[in-house]
Design a protein around this ligand. Structure first.
Ligand code: COA
Length: 166
């Protein structure tokens, strides 16, 4: 069972909203509005990369990458998330396929690196490392991670798009 991973198109928007809502609903850390956040980011043209997983013609997962902002003004930073997979199809490597395809696109763009807030037990496998000392104010330092790409040893605080804060 290998999904097609491709960029989102307008007819995917409703399915992305629906899957994100249902995938995050049972998660204790969920703010309950991840699906709306994706819509707001799209409306603001801040979805740098939105990839969907398509299986038998149906959308079964999505990952979002937005621009991230380094304190020194340097460019090329991205943030991963939200990412969601159809609940019934989780743990079948669909999330990994989405994330790996997104990281490959970041490498093609010569990205400096990618940040996220998430469970290190999951994101470690993609090369993300904890960087509590570079965590922006207001984010949980114990789960703030960076995937260093062009910048092998990041040493600046990297913040998320303002829409992540409402
Ligand atoms: C997180 C998510 C996108 C992963 O997609 P997936 O297709 O299930 O993931 P994969 O099949 O590629 O990887 C499965 C592995 O990830 C682990 N995993 C999945 N979600 C995890 C989480 N939140 N924390 C820790 N490990 C997690 C599984 O235990 C499994 O581990 P294993 O390979 O050691 O057995 C999916 O589980 C999901 O939609 N979860 C609900 C929404 C969510 O939590 N999003 C991420 C917020 S940070």
């Amino acid at each position: 069972m290998k999904p097609i991973i491709r960029l989102e198109i307008p007819s995917d928007h409703a399915a992305i909203h629906d899957i994100t809502e249902r995938a995050f609903a049972p998660m204790p850390f969920s703010g309950g509005d991840e699906q709306d956040l994706i819509d707001r980011l799209r409306d603001a043209e801040a979805l740098e990369i939105s990839l969907v997983a398509e299986l038998d013609g149906k959308i079964v997962g999505q990952v979002t990458f937005t621009e991230a902002f380094a304190a020194d003004g340097s460019s090329g930073w991205y943030a991963l998330g939200p990412v969601a997979v159809e609940p019934e199809l989780q743990k079948q490597a669909i999330g990994s396929a989405l994330i790996e395809a997104g990281i490959a696109m970041l490498r093609d763009r010569d990205a400096a690196g990618c940040v996220l807030v998430g469970n290190p037990a999951y994101y470690h496998r993609f090369g993300f490392r904890l960087f509590p000392q570079l965590c922006p104010e207001g984010e949980p330092a114990e789960v703030f991670q960076i995937l260093p790409l062009r910048i092998a040893e990041p040493n600046i605080v990297i913040g998320f798009h303002p829409l992540f804060h409402g």
